[in-house]
Design a protein around this ligand. Structure first.
Ligand code: TYD
Length: 136
């Protein structure tokens, strides 16, 4: 699972003078079934979120409002992705360390996730994540 697999995917955008509309369907616009949705909001300036990897979880991250950066790290390569468009999302496959920072004021980060919340799916220690990567 390398960061090459983590790509920005463009979602349908129905443009309308009354306001634009975007939608996401499980296993169609994103490569997994959606089991959970969560969102980050009221993020104070300078805050960092994430700082972990997931063993099995697939995620799709959307900047619903404002902007932020996602830093992806597969243990070998790193890339920083700027998120600012509500019709784009970043697919993040399992076994990728991620950090979120550079949140603009009033930004909202929505995450679509492939499973319900399970703490046992997390690597919260970077060294442990790296050991697991070398074993795979
Ligand atoms: P965490 O995933 O570490 O947040 P982030 O990656 O956005 O910085 O989760 C923060 C806390 O919220 C942690 O105690 C677990 C809890 N949590 C849930 O209870 N359910 C969830 O779906 C999520 C994502 C987190």
């Amino acid at each position: 699972m390398s960061i090459e697999r983590c790509q920005i995917l463009e979602l349908p955008k129905i443009q309308d003078p009354r306001g634009n509309l975007t939608f996401v369907e499980s296993n169609n616009h994103i490569p997994f079934n959606i089991a959970r949705v969560y969102y980050l909001y009221d993020v104070p300036g300078g805050s960092e979120r994430g700082g972990h990897a997931h063993k099995e979880l697939h995620q799709f991250i959307i900047a619903m409002s404002g902007s932020f950066d996602v830093v992806l790290d597969d243990g070998q390569d790193k890339k920083r992705v700027h998120m600012s468009r509500s019709y784009n999302g970043l697919y993040v496959c399992p076994m990728i360390w991620r950090e979120l920072d550079n949140f603009s004021s009033g930004s909202v980060c929505m995450v679509l996730a492939s499973t319900k919340y399970e703490e046992s799916d997390y690597y919260r220690d970077y060294a442990e994540f790296m050991r697991a990567r070398w074993c795979k």
